[in-house]
Design a protein around this ligand. Structure first.
Ligand SMILES: [Zn+2]
Length: 262
């Protein structure tokens, strides 16, 4: 955690700072449009290598829930640009990449038992993208590795030391053999942002709690891939519970989610 102090200093010195929607100061050294391009090309790569689901019902179901969630992002985040792909795999997994790309593995649909629980997963992943967590995570890694050199080198995404760092920073650690779990801070923030999105989209926000309880149950027998990058713990369930008072009014005034489980 030694990087924290220089990170904060540089944050002030070089204005590579942003503020998340929950009011957290972030060190974001990389250009969002560059990261977006990298996310998009990684996603194309995955689409060519992994099996995409051809089941019409499953696709319709996931796209329906995803559309409801994405409709809720601000116009600045260009709802029309988001892409969601269902991968046919028993892996209990889902991910999101900068560039507004989301992958959902069919295996996670057995754990997310209802449309509202799926909405919690998609909302959470969209939350990681909206809050620039990949940028922040890669900035922290870069900073930890080379400190101020990055400032001299011009803060370009081309300075990423290795493809592995890039891929794990983008949230593709498992696929590329390097594991970089999201921090608790990022998890909590994605949970809160996701719960707000699902409530606005008309999905009962308490389903996010049931989802993580299901994840905890599954992880006792065989830890799902999702949990290796998305650590589960009691704190996040407590936080989601405590956030209900904030998001329930959004749910009450929403038009209710329209999707049926496949
Ligand atoms: Zn996450």
């Amino acid at each position: 955690m030694k990087w924290l102090i220089p990170a904060v200093i540089s944050c002030i010195a070089i204005s590579a700072c942003t503020t998340s929607s929950t009011g957290r100061q972030q060190l974001t050294l990389f250009s969002e449009s560059e990261l977006g391009k990298m996310g998009i090309s990684s996603f194309e790569d995955l689409k060519s290598k992994e099996k995409i689901s051809t089941n019409p019902k499953t696709n319709q179901y996931v796209q329906c829930v995803a559309a409801d969630i994405i409709k809720q992002v601000s116009p600045n985040e260009k709802p029309a640009d988001w892409e969601v792909v269902v991968f046919d795999s028993q892996q209990v997994n889902a991910f999101a990449l900068p560039g507004k790309k989301i992958g959902v593995y069919t295996g996670i649909l057995a754990v997310a038992e209802t449309p509202a629980q799926l909405a919690a997963i998609i909302g959470h992943e969209v939350g990681h993208v909206l809050e620039r967590h990949s940028n922040e995570r890669m900035s922290q890694s870069q900073f930890a590795q080379i400190g101020m050199q990055i400032v001299e080198a011009g803060l370009s995404a081309n300075n990423v030391e290795s493809k592995q760092l890039l891929m794990s920073g983008l949230g593709l650690g498992v696929q590329y053999g390097v594991l970089m779990p999201f921090s608790r801070t990022h998890e909590s923030e994605a949970d809160i942002v996701g719960q707000r999105l699902m409530a606005k989209a008309g999905y009962e926000p308490k389903a996010a709690i049931a989802l993580w309880q299901n994840m905890a149950k599954v992880s006792k027998s065989a830890p799902p891939e999702f949990l290796s990058t998305h650590p589960s713990n009691k704190t996040r369930i407590t936080n989601l519970y405590n956030n209900l008072a904030n998001v329930n009014p959004l749910y009450q005034s929403s038009s209710k989610g329209r999707c049926n489980k496949a």
